[in-house]
Design a protein around this ligand. Structure first.
Ligand code: BDR
Ligand code: CA
Length: 325
């Protein structure tokens, strides 16, 4: 039986690849996609999530809008990385599939209370606002969550939005505090691993070569998304962060890490949103997360390209038909 997941997301080109990878994978049963404000405001992330579902030919996936603002501070967005739409690099028409009426936080709570305990994995790809709110409103869900596999944080790589903080944790450090204190098994994909997963020219061209409009859209997103980090880091390609969450569920054996205590800095102006990771075990605090640091990046891109190839070959998406029209 497929593993049940909820994807909580702020698309984002790299979020798009995570969603496409999940939707292309029969091992995973995507119960719903919940949108959160992050890379761009909520009005765009919920719309982008629906565009991505339609691109995959999966307008049956329910998409819910969640939090427009972080739990306690003002939203910070990242148009300088992702473009004004959040999905710059490909020109998709507006989605036709509806947005669900239910609030994302309610959907998360209701789903966890309905499904058998220990069977649903949460996959946060953006700020942790929706998850933090759900755990605060209904603390009894914590014991029912199988695990939370999230993209966020960093240690040896430092931060990407400030010298100390990674974007997803920086945008809502209060929500991150709730999540890391929840007692739910957590696997984190920090910058330390995602910076090893780079969209080199060869890898992007393999994705473009999947063909047709699908290849054009996917490679267009990568071309746009990597320009910022290529310039910043001086590398061939930029890090492809969020799909690591889904790839971990599919191929955990290609990742390596260590169980550590992770606390979130919420006060300091200088280091707000920093993940304080006790990699060396000096604090005496109990481990609360599996901190992933290593990956077989060739295996990751082989998996991603193979699964995107399945979607490209199906080419069922009304989006694509309209693009080609
Ligand atoms: C994270 O921030 C966003 O810009 C990306 O989508 C990713 O989730 C990387 O720091
Ligand atoms: Ca994201």
């Amino acid at each position: 039986m497929a593993d049940k997941i909820i994807i909580d997301t702020d698309p984002g080109q790299d979020d798009a690849f995570a969603i496409l990878l999940a939707l292309a994978s029969p091992e995973l049963d995507v119960l719903g996609i919940t949108a959160v404000a992050g890379n761009v405001p909520l009005a765009l992330t919920q719309k982008n999530a629906r565009q991505i579902c339609e691109l995959a030919g999966r307008s049956d996936i329910p998409v819910y809008a969640g939090s427009a603002q972080p739990m306690a501070i003002q939203l910070v967005t990242a148009e300088h990385v992702h473009g004004a739409t959040g999905l710059d690099g490909a020109d998709l028409p507006d989605p036709i599939m509806p947005l669900q009426d239910q609030h994302a936080v309610e959907f998360i709570i209701e789903t966890l209370l309905r499904e058998e305990a220990g069977t649903v994995t949460l996959c946060p790809l953006g700020p942790l606002t929706n998850i933090g709110k759900a755990l605060t409103k209904a603390p009894e869900i914590a014991a029912r969550i199988k695990q939370i596999v999230l993209m966020g944080g960093g240690l040896f790589e430092g931060g990407n939005i400030t010298p100390a903080a990674e974007f997803n944790i920086f945008v809502d450090p209060q929500a991150a505090t709730v999540v890391f204190a929840s007692g739910v098994p957590i696997v984190m994909m920090p910058l330390d691993v995602t910076h090893k997963v780079r969209t080199t020219r060869t890898r992007v061209e393999r994705i473009r070569a999947l063909g047709g409009d699908f290849g054009t859209v996917a490679a267009g997103w990568l071309d746009y998304f990597e320009r910022f980090d290529e310039q910043k880091y001086g590398t061939d390609g930029g890090p492809l962060h969020d799909p690591n969450v889904i790839a971990y569920l599919l191929r955990p054996e290609i990742y390596g890490g260590r169980h550590c205590n992770v606390e979130i800095e919420t006060e300091s102006e200088l280091t707000k949103g920093m993940t304080v990771v006790d990699w060396w075990g000096v604090s005496g605090r109990a481990a609360n997360a599996l901190f992933i640091r290593d990956v077989d990046d060739e295996a990751f891109f082989a998996l991603l390209t193979e699964r995107l190839g399945v979607l490209a070959a199906q080419r069922p998406a009304p989006q694509l038909r309209r693009l080609g029209a």
